[in-house]
Ligand binder design. Structure first.
Ligand SMILES: Nc1nc2c(ncn2[C@@H]2O[C@H](COP(=O)(O)OP(=O)(O)OP(=O)(O)O)[C@@H](O)[C@H]2O)c(=O)[nH]1
Ligand SMILES: [Mg+2]
Length: 362
């Protein structure tokens, strides 16, 4: 009998061997479902499992550098921050989490340099489990590769096996287990996965009776992520390092995962580093809110850094409990908005670079 780890490896190899196309899509979907099941099983056998590196989160947001060994993660950290992470011309120079601080657009961002991830990290190879648990603390993953490496698909698969889904939104799926009656699927007519396929995936998860509600278009991966449970969705951007070396841009780009923003950079020459800072900032989906004091002064140096989608209420809360209870209205100034001056209530959604004056009742 092969061990669980061997079975996971076999399936992983088969997925890698199989060309992805319409004819094999179904087969790959089932393989992924099988693999998720095995990984959950493997995890349940390990006691304690992956205590991880202790990291204290700090700053307005945390970014984790994730990639194969030796692609230049530490070199990038040193370029982005004031840190001095060890750089070596061999794999596994970095053996623990090295944090650095990057200041950009008034935000203070914590950047974590991690040991390289290798294949089968999720099932315990290398420091895989520890690295992956540190990644869970991140608000954004900076996927790092270099112009000589084979791309990022293995890394993305390892993250996925650890329950970290990158660059995909969580989909609106719900399930009600039923005692009998088989599987009933409620889904939009436009859905691109066949009902048969969904049923087979459910079977892999040993679900024989349920009502499954799919409320938007999803693919096989979305369904597996949902059934697997305990997954987190983290935004990601890509840096392709060592662009100072000869390379074929077209070929590299064609092997990248779709829908993720990427940049060619060189930690050696500094090419693209400023653009990378900007890409990180945008990838985090932060907004800068400038507060206007009673005196009329605005502190442009130190904005409040909040998540996109934030409302006036959160800004009040950040300031003080009293502010929230005595809130009357807010005046929002932003020349980029259609209406440059707005009188707003607590539920009003703020945008990047809004200048906010809070007016209280007394
Ligand atoms: N030509 C070139 N070499 C680079 C660049 N960035 C890093 N290197 C070299 O690549 C090697 C690995 O760099 P590191 O920064 O240690 O890579 P890492 O990803 O942190 O490696 P691990 O910690 O082992 O996972 C070193 O020899 C660096 O000098 C680059 O932009 N261009
Ligand atoms: Mg390193």
């Amino acid at each position: 009998m092969p061990t669980i780890e061997e079975r996971i490896k076999d399936i992983e190899n088969e997925i890698k061997k199989t060309q992805y196309n319409k004819a094999t899509e179904h087969h790959i979907g089932i393989l992924k479902a099988k693999m998720s099941q095995l990984i959950i099983e493997a995890e349940s056998h390990k006691k304690g499992g992956g205590r991880g590196f202790a990291i204290q989160k700090s700053g307005d947001a945390t970014v984790a550098l994730v990639g194969f060994p030796n692609v230049g993660k530490s070199s990038i950290l040193n370029r982005l921050t004031n840190s001095d992470s060890e750089i070596g011309s061999y794999a596994f120079t970095t053996l623990k989490v090295i944090p650095g601080t990057m200041k950009y657009n008034g935000a203070i961002l914590q950047i974590l340099d991690l040991p390289g991830i290798i294949e089968n990290a999720a099932s315990g190879s290398g420091r895989g489990r520890e690295v992956l648990s540190a990644v869970r603390a991140a608000d954004l993953i900076l996927l790092v590769t270099d112009v000589k490496s084979k791309g990022l698909n293995t890394i993305i698969l390892e993250l996925r096996n650890a329950g970290i889904v990158v660059g995909r939104k969580k989909k609106n799926i719900a399930m009600k287990r039923t005692g009998s009656g088989g599987i009933r699927i409620y889904s939009p007519r436009t859905i691109s996965v066949k009902e048969e396929e969904i049923k087979e995936i459910l079977k892999e998860f040993k679900i024989t009776n349920c009502d499954l509600y799919i409320r938007e278009n999803v693919d096989v991966d979305d369904i597996i992520d949902f059934l697997r449970g305990n997954t987190m969705h983290v935004p990601a951007v890509i840096a392709i390092n060592k662009s100072d070396l000869p390379h074929d841009r077209k070929e590299i780009v064609s092997a990248l995962p779709p829908k993720l923003e990427y940049l060619f950079i060189s930690a050696s020459t500094g090419e693209g580093i400023e653009d990378l800072k900007n890409l990180i900032f945008r990838g985090l989906n932060l907004v800068r809110i400038y507060l206007r004091e009673k005196s009329g002064e605005v502190d442009y140096e130190r904005p409040l850094i909040l998540r996109s989608g934030v409302r006036v209420r959160e800004v009040c809360r950040k300031i003080s409990r009293e502010m929230l209870s005595s809130f009357k209205y807010a005046i929002i100034l932003n020349s980029k908005r259609k209406q440059s001056e707005i009188r707003a209530g607590l539920d009003y959604e703020l945008r990047d670079e809004d200048i906010v004056t809070l007016v209280s009742r007394n």
